[in-house]
Unconditional design. Sequence first.
Length: 387
Amino acid sequence: MTSPQDGTAADRDVLTRLMAIDKTSGSPCNPALDVVSELLTAAGCDVHRLPGAGEGRDNLIAIAGPASEPGGLTLSGHIDTVPVGEGWSSDPFTLTERDERWYGRGSCDMTGFVAMGTNLLCEAVDLQRPLALVLTSDEELGSIGAGLLVDQAASLPPIPQACVVGEPTSLRVVRLHKGHMKFTITIRGATGHTGTPVSGVNAIEGLRRVLGAIDQERARLTDMRSDESAAFTRVPSPVLAAVRVRSGAAWNVIPDEASVDCGLRVLPDQDAVVLLEEIRAAIDASLADWPLDWSLEVFNDNPPLCTPRGSEIEVACRALVAQEQDIGASYCSDGGHLGRLGMECVLFGPGDIAVAHRPDEFVPVADMRMAREHMKRLISARCGAAP
């Protein structure tokens, strides 16, 4: 492998190329995957492109070394980013270095790690066990690309089960994160003229009842704890939130439909389906005498990550940073879906999640250098590559 200094320069070069491409979730990100594919193919890696959720939004799996050998290591990242937004001090599509930081959309979350992972596969030589790179699309929309990999499990190439998902964790090891189930509750009413209220059934009245039930359930869940709560120091409970309401067409028309979008974030050792049924029952009770119907539709279920303490990859990554504390994340990642493929994942990457979705997103250059060194040690230990 190259020296750390040369490697970091190479990572900057690839990051610069990838950052220049708009990879906003839901939009085509294949031009960025084409860059990665070209580099990996030229280095002799076995590259697989798999269909994603829409045209131009593939997933990618690349393997260096002997794919058939047991063991090895997988590096995982998402190719998409959140929208750029307003308030930037420099062009978000141009890597800008100042104060020993690399600024630009995706630098932290998580195109910087993608660039590094691409280079590490290109640089690896004399591997005795496989080193894989898994890149997904539409992670920022609810790990949609990773969910499709689960659906395509029977057709995937062999992938090492020990996996580092390079989310920005400030180089701390995270073996747990909450899940995030998104659902919509819709209440039906009957339209009419507001001057004659009895001419219709105002769906907003039903929505008011539903919001009251959600608030009661939110308070109940706030007091709930599980065996893994201790790892979530800031919010040790599941979280239920109403995030958006919709209803009405005009000032003088009784609304015949109202809806509320909700998010349920469960702890890693909880079952979102069980809690959702309890929430459904509470809503049903609140609408017991409602004259018309209502429905609940799940939009996306991003599962929690719950890698066992003491798993090989968790122990190996903790040793790199001398970490004893269990750390749980309240955000989601592809790790939950990858776990459904039988993989043992930890989140472990450069940068701070606190700056990830904001203007002037950045990753410290020192973090990138240190992350590269950590990944090289893992590759050496798990894949037999020269340090």
